[in-house]
Design a protein around this ligand. Structure first.
Ligand SMILES: Nc1ncnc2c1ncn2[C@@H]1O[C@H](COP(=O)(O)OP(=O)(O)OP(=O)(O)O)[C@@H](O)[C@H]1O
Length: 284
């Protein structure tokens, strides 16, 4: 589903001494099915932008359209809540049901779905998130590992079949293996269902690996908007706001010094680098 922002601004704690213009006249158009990484320094407005798009806060000015709905009041935001799945930074803080099944089915239950259909939908969502239905459905959400609990939270969102998935640092605090696993599930779901994914992350390597587009915010403004393949061309600007090179980007710098003429400018993934090295070895 397409997301369109025009001069969108959000002021937090408006009317209090703590007011803050967290989003400052941002205009972007995100076509249906894009996987967008949202990056930027701490406090740059990433969560606020995601919450505005997810209908959790009301923008103060500008226009926000999701699909054919203009999201400017409570009634239109109700449509939004059905279309958007929002996974918060520590989703385990929002688990209140006593079994994994009940937690994942909670949203479906509220929508009045028939129990047989609901069980099928919960099973599908658990499998999509890499969870064994038979083994885990009757467990307490607090008797599964931290990584599994994140996947339970992801399954609960997938069960409602959203058209837009917003993920606010869903892998924070997880080890490398579990992070990769969750991101691979998200990528597969994105590809299978062609849903639009907005993925907030501080990890440049994840943004480069999984996204089709990187948006960078700074002080509430849109600072950069580029394809991951343009990361090296954008580097000077990004460095100014505290971006640090990944080991792969550092290695590409080293290669560039030696193979300046033949190193393609848009390499940004390990598999592309491997192909380049193989071509050098073969003398192509
Ligand atoms: N309830 C609030 N009232 C006033 N200011 C707020 C409130 N919540 C956040 N802010 C401020 O708004 C700005 C944007 O916050 P936001 O959480 O959107 O940033 P972020 O980029 O997601 O940060 P982080 O990477 O640290 O999660 C920050 O300066 C923050 O201090």
């Amino acid at each position: 589903m397409e997301i369109c922002l025009e001069n969108l601004s959000c002021i937090l704690a408006n009317g209090t001494p703590f007011h803050k213009k967290a989003i400052d006249r941002i205009s972007i158009n995100i076509p249906n099915g894009q996987f967008v990484a949202i990056m930027g320094p701490a406090g740059s407005g990433k969560t606020t932008l995601a919450q505005a798009i997810g209908g959790l806060i009301v923008p103060d000015s500008g226009d926000l359209r999701i699909g054919r709905y203009r999201i400017n009041n409570k009634a239109s935001r109700r449509h939004l809540w059905k279309m958007v799945g929002f996974l918060f930074q520590f989703p385990e803080h929002q688990v209140f049901e006593d079994t994994v099944f009940k937690h994942i089915a909670a949203g479906l239950n509220r929508s009045g779905m028939r129990p047989e259909l609901m069980a099928e939908r919960v099973q599908q969502a658990m499998e999509a998130a890499g969870l064994c239905y038979a083994k885990l459905k009757d467990r307490s959400p607090f008797q599964v590992s931290g990584g599994e609990l994140r996947r339970v939270a992801l399954a609960a969102i997938l069960a409602s079949e959203p058209s837009i998935l917003i993920l606010d640092e869903p892998t924070a605090g997880l080890d490398g293996c579990e992070r990769d696993r969750i991101l691979s599930f998200i990528k597969r779901i994105h590809e299978d269902k062609r849903i639009t994914v907005l993925y907030i992350t501080h990890r440049l390597e994840e943004a480069l690996e999984y996204s089709d587009r990187i948006l960078v915010l700074d002080h509430g403004k849109l600072f950069a908007d580029f394809h991951p393949g343009e990361i090296r061309a954008n580097w000077h600007r990004l460095e100014h706001i505290g971006f640090v090179k990944t080991p792969l980007l550092r290695y590409l710098d080293w290669l560039e010094k030696r193979f300046a003429d033949s190193l393609p400018a848009n390499i940004y993934k390990e598999d592309q680098l491997v192909s380049f090295i193989v071509s050098i070895i073969r003398g192509n």
